[in-house]
Design a protein around this ligand. Structure first.
Ligand SMILES: Nc1ncnc2c1ncn2[C@@H]1O[C@H](COP(=O)(O)OP(=O)(O)OP(=O)(O)O)[C@@H](O)[C@H]1O
Length: 499
């Protein structure tokens, strides 16, 4: 009984604690929710407090209804579909980004914050176009340069060769690269290490090189993904100055950092990503304190509740779907026209992405077979081939080579030739010609107005390498028999050698 009461008290305390957690989260995120921008934007309507936006500012980046679904690997899907007797795991696709909308203008530095796995790098990769979104449209006005600790560096090459490679990829001439080389090396602070392979660099050295290369390319939009978190503080300060120079020139900067100090110092606005959604977007001075309050609240939670919180949010990311996205669009559209326009954007990108969807290996093989069959059918119809014709064994007809015809033999020769031409599949009727002393195959062929090939076609066993002996039988076309001197006559006419 005492045991039961103790258990009861424990469970009551646990429920109370959970209720407190829930109320606290609601309190902290209440204001956040009220300004949440995850539901259809536009940012300006929901974030009137955004500063630093000049009236004549030029739109640099506009993200509308961006979502990113990571599909369960085709292999796993295939196995799960065809596994017999096994319990289905129910693994679903994962929505790393959901209904993201924001606009960024020139001269703005945007910080992107959020817990691990909230989708920061995924969003930057979509901005950099190394990743395509599942839904939505992205308008980017300008050239983008992406800096992450390892991104874009070829680790087998030296730092110097990486500078040359990046320059060439950006369309710079050898002369232009050489002119910039010293400046980039000096900014990177790598000294003699510039001629060592990048694989020997520390993460800080890699990010210094990446940053030095990127800022010297003078891009319109600079994206920095945690690259300055690994370097030393002096380099970070120098990089920050460079970023401010950039901003002054009207360029746009996106910075991902878990360092709140850096975000506060370097950025004008903050996008707070929360499990794939924009929780809030607005002036750094407004959003950052609320994000930090959330982080403090989250960090104070007992481990098991933190885990529970993460599991529930991730489940929402797996339960998400296009239907939910469509519903969000309709429910939150300020006018039915805007809702309809947004739905058309979703449908358009979905249709575009259907073509890009990766096929499984069996589907790829079936597709290849279909293409091959189609091409074969086209070739057959053009050439007039039939399947029966293709299946029949081929009959090799004798080789026909034009030959010089001696004038006297012209008639007979044409007879012989016609025998080859008109009956290619059967051998012409032959007679046995007995080789005489001193005769060769070439000589016999000339005598009878035949080519060597014609003689060989009738006598495939003949070996031209060997001398032909008198008395040897050579088959020749029957039609030429008249020209042959009878063997007996030949023997008789042979000069009688004195005994
Ligand atoms: N190729 C992928 N396939 C499946 N899931 C992925 C893939 N890439 C990223 N994810 C998932 O998408 C979510 C967002 O990842 P992302 O790297 O964008 O987060 P992040 O906010 O940058 O995290 P961190 O702060 O740890 O760098 C994560 O849950 C991650 O596991």
């Amino acid at each position: 009984m005492a045991d039961y009461r103790r258990k009861n008290r424990h469970s009551e305390r646990k429920n109370k604690r959970e209720r407190r957690v829930s109320t606290e989260e609601q309190r902290i995120t209440a204001t956040v929710e009220s300004q949440a921008t995850s539901q259809p934007f536009p940012v300006q309507e929901k974030s009137p407090q955004v500063t630093n936006q000049k009236s004549n500012a030029k739109l640099k980046v506009k993200a509308s209804l961006i979502s990113k679904k990571f599909e369960l690997s085709q292999n796993e899907k295939f196995k799960e579909k065809f596994s017999i007797g096994k319990k289905k795991s129910g693994i679903k696709d994962f929505w790393a980004l959901r209904n993201i909308n924001f606009e960024v203008y020139d001269g703005e530095a945007i910080g992107i914050v959020g817990l691990n796995g909230s989708g920061k790098s995924t969003l930057l990769n979509i901005l950099d176009k190394t990743l395509s979104s599942t839904t939505g449209e992205l308008e980017i006005n300008g050239e983008v340069s992406y800096i992450a600790i390892n991104a874009g560096l070829k680790i087998g090459l030296t730092g110097r060769d990486n500078i040359r490679l990046k320059g060439t990829m950006m369309g710079m001439s050898k002369k232009e690269i050489a002119a910039k080389m010293a400046e980039i090396i000096e900014f990177s602070e790598l000294g003699p290490f510039i001629d060592r392979p990048v694989k020997d660099y520390s993460s800080g050295m890699r990010s210094k090189l990446a940053f030095a290369i990127a800022v010297n390319q003078d891009p319109d939009i600079l994206i920095i993904d945690e690259a300055l978190s690994v370097g030393d503080s002096t380099f970070a300060a120098k990089s920050a100055n460079k970023m401010f120079e950039f901003r002054e020139k009207g360029k746009t900067i996106f910075v991902v950092s878990h360092n709140a100090g850096q975000i506060q110092k370097w950025t004008d606005k903050v996008v707070w990503l929360h499990y794939g959604e924009v929780k809030e977007y607005g002036a750094t001075a407004d959003v950052l304190p609320r994000y930090q309050a959330f982080i403090n609240w989250f960090n104070r939670l007992p481990n098991e509740q933190q885990e529970q919180y993460k599991i529930e949010r991730r489940q929402e990311q797996m339960d998400y779907s296009i239907e939910i996205l469509r519903k969000e669009v309709v429910d939150n559209a300020s006018t039915p026209e805007i809702g309809q326009r947004s739905l058309r954007t979703i449908d358009k990108t979905l249709a575009k992405n259907k073509f890009k969807t990766r096929l499984s290996i069996p589907s790829k093989m079936i597709m290849m077979l279909c293409i091959f069959a189609m091409m074969l059918a086209i070739v057959m119809s053009v050439k007039g081939w039939t399947f029966e014709g293709l299946m029949k064994p081929k009959v090799v007809s004798p080789v026909k080579v034009p030959k010089p015809v001696p004038p006297l033999m012209a008639k007979e020769s044409s007879v012989a030739e016609s025998e080859f031409e008109t009956r290619p599949e059967t051998r012409p009727e032959t007679f046995d010609y007995v080789v005489k002393e001193g005769e060769s195959i070439g000589g016999i062929a000339t005598t009878f107005g035949l080519s060597m090939q014609e003689v060989l076609a009738l006598n495939p066993e003949l070996d031209l390498e060997l001398a032909i002996a008198p008395g040897f039988i050579v088959k020749l076309p029957k039609s030429l028999e008249r020209q042959a001197v009878p063997v007996e006559t030949t023997t008789e006419s042979l000069p009688i050698t004195p005994e």
